[in-house]
Design a protein around this ligand. Structure first.
Ligand SMILES: [Zn+2]
Ligand SMILES: [Zn+2]
Length: 173
C-alpha cells in the first residue's frame, strides 16, 4: 500500500497520486465541502452581499439541489436574506447615538439654560447694605474659613457689610 493522502475537507483518504488528488479536488463533493468550510468563517455581511446577488435556487426550494453552497443560485430564502439585512443594519448602527425627540431637545436646552443661570451666580458673592445697595463681588468665600477669622490674612477674610459703611464707593469695576 502506497502513501495515503487525506483530504481534510472531505475527511477522505485516497492514494497520494497527483492525478487522483487532482480529480478529487475537482469533484463536486469536495468543492462543496471546501465552500461550506469557508462559509462558516464568513461574516454575515459577506454572505449577505454574495447571496443578494444570486437568484433563488428553484431546485433547492424543492429539496433537489445537489450543489450546496457552490450553487450559483441562492439557497437562502428571501426572508433569511431580509433578516440578515436587518441584522447587518442594526449592527452597523452606532448604539450610543439615540436620536432624541423634540421634547427631549427642548427640555435639555432649558436645563442647560437654567444651569448657566446658576453658574453665573456661582462665582460671586452678593451683599446688601443698609441703603439698599447691592454689592456684588466676583468671588466666593469658603464657609469653612469663616471658622478661623483670626488665622486668615485680611485679603481672604470675609468682607462684612460694615466694612463698607464708611466707604464712599459709587461704582464697582
Ligand atoms: Zn476533498
Ligand atoms: Zn442550488
Amino acid at each position: 500500500m502506497g502513501k495515503r493522502y487525506l483530504c481534510d475537507y472531505c475527511n477522505k483518504a485516497m492514494v497520494a497520486a497527483p492525478a487522483i488528488v487532482k480529480t478529487h479536488n475537482k469533484g463536486l463533493v469536495h468543492q462543496r465541502l471546501v465552500q461550506e468550510h469557508y462559509q462558516q468563517f464568513k461574516d454575515i455581511e459577506t454572505i449577505l452581499v454574495e447571496e443578494s446577488k444570486k437568484k433563488p435556487c428553484v431546485r433547492f426550494a424543492s429539496g433537489e439541489c445537489k450543489f450546496g453552497s457552490i450553487c450559483h443560485f441562492s439557497h437562502y430564502t428571501v426572508e433569511q436574506i431580509q433578516a440578515m439585512g436587518e441584522y447587518v443594519a442594526s449592527k452597523n448602527r452606532p448604539k450610543d447615538v439615540i436620536f432624541p425627540s423634540f421634547e427631549e431637545l427642548v427640555l435639555k436646552l432649558m436645563d442647560e439654560k437654567s444651569n448657566k443661570r446658576q453658574d453665573s451666580t456661582d462665582g460671586i458673592t452678593v451683599m446688601y447694605d443698609k441703603n439698599g445697595i447691592t454689592h456684588t463681588f466676583p468671588w466666593t468665600y469658603n464657609t469653612i474659613l469663616d471658622n478661623y477669622p483670626d488665622l486668615l490674612p485680611p485679603s481672604v477674610k470675609r468682607l462684612k457689610i460694615e466694612d463698607f459703611e464708611d466707604a464712599k464707593i459709587e461704582t464697582w469695576g
